[in-house]
Design a binder for this molecule. Structure first.
Ligand code: URA
Length: 210
């Protein structure tokens, strides 16, 4: 199977939608290959486009505070986005841009295989739950396609509206408990049954020549 590095290489050379025309850098995403948590944002903004790294502007600073509040550093999680190139003037990504880019997120999810996916904002929420609203879905874990999804508001919402800050912090505080529940569930899964090992057939006996 290809590696995250290989997926990142495909992203940085991608020309599958018009967002590539305006990018300084594509932003593949980054973090630990074996991360338990994968965070999925919307798309790169100004700072991310400049540096080629996700969540390095003001929203990223808040995200790092949130991670620290539950004892995590950004290197311990995997941080990705729905689209990997910055939409002009930070407009919402268009359906055709989301769909052109979705193959990369699929592969990242498969490769990291996180215990928990935390969606940040409505675009990553609707990737898993089309038509769902963030105010209804936020702060509780749900299953989709065999994955555990924990939707929260986008950290940038806290920068525009102070009252959202407390909500996001409260939702984030629930993550360690959710993770512990998921780890416990994993521990209780029965051991996979391995197929019986076939004895190797003994070599045919040499025919005596005499
Ligand atoms: N907002 C996002 O959704 N993603 C980033 O990488 C930065 C800001």
């Amino acid at each position: 199977m290809e590696s995250l590095v290989e997926v990142a290489r495909l992203i940085t050379t991608c020309t599958d939608c018009s967002l590539h025309l305006g990018r300084t850098n594509a932003v593949p995403g980054e973090g630990a290959q074996d991360a338990e948590i994968m965070l999925i944002g919307e798309g790169p903004g100004f700072h991310e486009d400049r540096l080629g790294r996700p969540f390095v502007g003001p929203a990223g600073q808040f995200l790092e505070e949130l991670l620290a509040s539950i004892g995590l550093k950004r290197e311990q999680v995997f941080i990705a986005n729905m689209v990997k190139c910055r939409p002009p003037q930070n407009r919402d990504p268009l359906p055709e841009e989301l769909s052109a880019c979705s193959k990369y997120l699929e592969r990242q999810i498969e490769l990291v295989d996180p215990l928990l996916i935390v969606t940040l904002g409505r675009f990553s929420l609707t990737r898993f739950f089309p038509g769902e609203s963030i105010s209804r879905a936020r702060g509780r874990v749900r299953q989709r396609d065999g994955r555990s999804i924990f939707p929260i508001m986008h950290p940038a919402a806290a920068l525009h509206r102070q009252e959202h800050r407390a909500t996001i912090m409260e939702d984030f505080r629930a993550i360690p408990g959710v993770l512990e529940g998921l780890r416990e569930r994993l521990r209780q899964l029965p051991e996979p049954v391995m197929p019986p090992v076939m004895e190797e057939a003994p070599p045919p006996e040499q025919l005596a020549l005499f």
